[in-house]
Design a protein around this ligand. Structure first.
Ligand code: NAG
Ligand code: NAG
Ligand code: NAG
Ligand code: NAG
Ligand code: NAG
Ligand code: NAG
Ligand code: NAG
Ligand code: NAG
Ligand code: NAG
Length: 821
């Protein structure tokens, strides 16, 4: 679907223009960003114009049932052009407030004959040809079948739209309307809009429903026009308009909502394009206007676009690669994934009407359950300053609201999906040395509160069932919890996630020299073991035995077992099982017991032993993937791709990564396997192709060969460049197995590295071959685990061990798992 990309023409020009000034310009990462990946088939990405983390996000909105990111390429028509969006989310669409819609003229020059309501204008005037779509960083363009071309670009809090009309109409007074809807038609009492008769400035506000929470938010806008001379203006309600009335306060509904209402401006001529500058604010209309005036003072469309492109180029250029002959689509896949890690969360600093603390404020954490796994860890490498601001914002949210969020959008507490996974985000940043401006004492207080204090409403704060957790060491199915309230499901996945949350708190405690807390949370991090039922079997729906024994199972308060089919909520569960946050759902969230059966990121040693040793562990992991039990389109699958490392088979992680990329992640509009989830899928692609995958919340990156000959990553703070380079690189990916490695010139046999690789700019050289080797397979080469690695192939490990004369057994967390005593 390369035809949807603007890349060939526009980028070639851009490179040529800058090449004289800058030798680095030969490689422009922006030429490899395709924002339309995931614009069909449920990717739900935002493909429009935005700055990195920008609040303003301009795009055309379609009427698709999958329009969470605004625009889709699925044949549905355009209902408007709006400037607030999220990216990749599921559930109800967020934002999409105050869309514009253009007409070259109203029939008979009669405003009442223009189509104002969203539904009819989309159906009658919203069709477009997919080949007219142009998307590149900081820019989006589409031509409606009416002949009107809409181009748009964005600054932090404002968007600039340029509407170009087909020439030659008679009675042509082009009209641009702006209405008080949002994508999900959630407007509440009372929307207001005013148009200034002299200038045509439209200001207004509305109160809307937050998309994945019970909260509401108020948002303000300020729209000014430039270009074609103004003819007249007014307001509309439903299908009728007036040039006499200039102000409107509209109720939510009379007959279903929202009642269409808004303002419009008409222009003298179609011969000059109209520029519409839309400023936004969560504070006031005045601030929306001043944001727009400050950021887009002179309607310089090309200059604004250039500035946006430059901002993106600056973010993406620390990563360079030598492709080594792989197809360009692989490079596009890589940079587009990286690009999407910086669309959300959004920087609302200066727009928070509530906290007033002067701290940075980031919104659209949607949700941390998705992004803690690889998106935020990716930014920790590429944009540690931004992560520091995000962490400050999370801590400030704790300060103001009393709790760290799991999910947060439009200033509302979103629903918690499992554990208190902000703990992992904080710990990951803490142990990777993210410090700038962060009060880690308050950060530590916040994660400890998650572990210790039961919130009254744990559907969107902290954790539930803490009395049982502390007394029994697990979350019981049908818990008795009279202190706090939330959906009483997910007892198995919550137990597993709480265990890991406690582990990362233990790590923070250890780095803070808090021995008591270290011991305490290390102990509770072992609670996952309490739900392991060693004789549990698993049958397919057909009744056939999967052949595996030993699974996590729900347990009652009285310590007897309940039963949940280990394949419920797996990718091959076709029985219509309810698996999300519904109160009829079961004991694992959006994933099966089979898949959650690997979620013990801190103690793979003991898990491998429970599963019968490394050979059986590997067989089980293969079975999970090869039987389609797991689905790479949801985040719990991510780490399972690389967990072969823990069984001493890093080659199989490499093989598995190539199994999924590009098969499940390609560069077409339908190229994502599920919702991008705020860039989570993008980060999976980026990390996998870079050849280093994090175990989030630990100072561990699992090594596979990059999908390119070499990748350089320059740390934005230290300026040091880390390199992963393949020797014997094979662009056909037949030779994807590491035979040997060196780190800064010294032989390196560990199958993982730590974060100093990036900050200190080390060089990892991997020599590849077509067959699995003994590299990274010995017990002492494995990543840290609390429990020891036992039952490993003694022949293999002894052979490698003697060569390395390294420690015989796994790094033990208490001794040296963190490299501290
Ligand atoms: C001009 O208006 C007349 C009458 O409405 C219509 O028949 C004709 O098609 C219009 N011409 C153009 C170029 O729009
Ligand atoms: C909406 O506006 C009407 C008319 O001014 C007013 O009576 C009503 O109280 C307002 N509702 C809210 C929720 O502000
Ligand atoms: C990576 O960095 C090394 C050393 O700094 C340099 O020699 C090499 O050209 C760089 N490669 C790329 C693809 O930027
Ligand atoms: C967030 O926005 C504030 C205010 O505009 C700005 O100072 C800060 O640099 C932004 N942070 C990032 C990471 O872009
Ligand atoms: C913890 O102890 C070590 C060793 O004494 C010391 O270097 C470090 O600064 C201490 N960390 C904190 C946060 O106090
Ligand atoms: C334990 O509780 C479950 C659920 O209430 C009940 O079905 C079971 O009979 C109880 N078992 C014992 C031994 O009390
Ligand atoms: C897994 O799903 C793929 C299609 O996505 C199919 O080709 C394959 O046969 C399935 N494998 C099994 C074991 O069901
Ligand atoms: C790789 O293994 C295959 C058998 O799986 C063998 O035929 C081949 O010779 C091996 N290649 C090398 C380079 O060892
Ligand atoms: C142990 O490793 C040797 C050498 O690679 C291999 O031949 C043998 O099959 C392995 N045994 C087990 C139990 O994995």
């Amino acid at each position: 679907m390369h035809s949807f990309r603007s890349r060939p023409a526009s980028i070639a020009l851009l490179v040529a223009a800058t090449a004289f000034q800058n030798a680095v310009a030969q490689f422009d990462p922006l030429s490899y960003v395709d924002q339309l990946i995931g614009s069909r088939n449920g990717g739900n990405i935002f493909p429009g114009a935005t700055l990195p983390y920008g609040m303003a996000k301009a795009v055309a909105d379609t009427t698709s049932g999958s329009n969470q990111g605004g625009f889709t390429l699925d044949g549905t028509p355009i209902s408007g052009f709006s400037a607030m969006h999220d990216s990749g989310t599921g559930g109800s669409p967020s934002l999409g407030n105050f869309p514009l819609f253009p007409y070259a003229s109203c029939p008979d020059d009669d405003i009442d004959q223009c189509d104002f309501p969203k539904k009819t204008r989309a159906a009658n005037h919203g069709q477009f040809d997919a080949s007219s779509v142009v998307a590149r960083p900081g820019y989006f363009e589409v031509t409606l079948n009416s002949g009107i071309n809409a181009a748009m670009t964005a600054t932090e809090h404002a968007a600039l739209f340029r509407f170009t009309f087909p020439s030659g109409g008679n009675l042509s007074h082009p009209l641009i309307l702006q209405d008080l809807t949002d994508l999900s038609d959630s407007r509440q009492d009372n929307g207001t809009v005013s148009v200034d008769p002299e200038t045509g400035r439209i200001t207004g506000s509305g109160r809307f429903q937050s998309s994945f929470s019970q909260g509401q938010y108020e948002i303000y806008f300020c729209t000014d026009f430039s270009g074609s001379k103004m003819f007249d203006n007014g307001i509309f309600v439903n299908s009728r308009a007036s040039t006499v009335a200039k102000d409107l306060t509209i109720s939510r509904s009379i007959n279903g909502y929202p009642l269409p209402g808004g303002a419009f401006v008409r222009f003298e001529s179609v011969d000059v394009p109209v520029l519409a500058r839309v400023g936004l604010s969560f504070i006031s209309s005045e601030q929306a206007c001043s944001n727009a005036e400050a950021e887009i003072p002179d309607y310089d469309f090309d200059g604004i676009e250039q500035a946006a492109a430059d901002a993106w180029r600056q973010k993406l250029s620390p990563i360079t690669l030598s492709a080594g002959g792989v197809d360009d689509s692989q490079i596009v896949n890589f940079y587009s994934g990286i690009y999407r890690t910086m669309v959300n969360p959004q920087n609302y600093t200066g727009e928070n009407p509530f906290f007033g603390t002067g701290e940075p404020y980031f919104d659209s954490f949607y949700c941390l359950w998705d992004s803690f796994r690889s998106q935020i860890p990716f930014l920790t490498i590429l944009d540690p300053d931004a992560v520091a601001e995000m962490i400050r914002s999370l801590i400030d949210t704790y300060r103001y609201e009393g709790w760290l969020p799991d999910c947060r959008m439009t200033f509302s507490k979103g629903y918690t999906q499992g554990g208190s996974n902000a703990d992992v985000v904080l710990a990951d940043g803490f142990l990777k040395g993210i410090t700038a401006g962060i009060d880690w004492d308050v950060g530590y207080e916040a994660v400890v509160k998650d572990a210790e204090v039961e919130p009254f409403d744990w559907s969107s704060n902290g954790r539930g069932g803490l009395d049982s957790w502390k007394a029994l060491g697990y979350i019981p199915v049908q818990d008795f919890d009279y202190k706090g309230f939330g959906t009483m499901t997910r007892s198995v996945s919550r137990t597993l996630e709480y265990s890991y949350n406690d582990f990362v708190i233990a790590q923070m405690a250890q780095l803070r020299n808090n021995t008591a807390d270290t011991e305490k949370y290390l102990e509770t991090s072992e609670n996952w073991k309490n739900l392991y039922k060693s004789d549990q079997t698993s049958n397919f729906a057909s009744g056939a035995d999967t052949g595996y024994v030993g699974f996590f199972q729900p347990k009652f308060l009285n310590s007897t077992w309940d039963f949940q089919d280990p394949l419920w909520c797996s990718n091959i569960d076709n029985a219509g099982t309810v698996c999300s946050l519904q109160n009829t759902a079961h004991e694992t969230f959006e994933s099966s017991i089979w898949e959650y059966g690997f979620f013990v990121p801190h103690n793979q040693g003991d898990l491998i032993s429970l599963y019968g040793g490394p050979t059986q562990f590997v067989e089980r992991l293969d079975f999970l993937h090869d039987s389609n039990i797991t689905y790479i389109g949801n985040e719990p699958a991510f780490l399972t791709v690389f967990q072969y490392h823990y069984a001493g088979r890093p080659a199989l992680s490499a093989k598995r990564a190539h199994f999924y990329i590009p098969r499940f992640f390609d560069t077409t509009p339908e190229g994502l396997p599920g919702n991008d989830d705020s860039g989570a899928m993008g980060s999976f692609v980026a990390f996998s192709m870079m050849g280093l995958f994090p175990n989030p919340g630990q100072d561990v990156y699992l090594i596979i060969p990059p999908f390119f000959e070499s990748v350089n990553i320059t740390h934005p703070q230290t300026g040091n460049t880390a390199t992963v380079r393949n020797v014997n690189f094979d662009p056909t990916y037949e030779a994807i197995y590491i035979q040997s490695a060196t780190l800064d010139g010294e032989p390196y046999t560990k199958n993982w590295i730590d974060h100093s690789f990036f900050t200190e700019g080390k060089e990892l050289v991997l020599t590849l071959g077509q067959n699995e080797s003994s590299w990274g397979t010995a017990v002492q080469d494995l990543p840290p685990s609390i429990g020891e690695y036992t039952g490993f192939n003694e022949t293999l490990s002894r052979r490698t061990a003697s060569r390395n004369s390294g420690p015989r057994y796994a790094p033990n967390f208490r001794r040296n798992g963190l490299g501290i005593s």
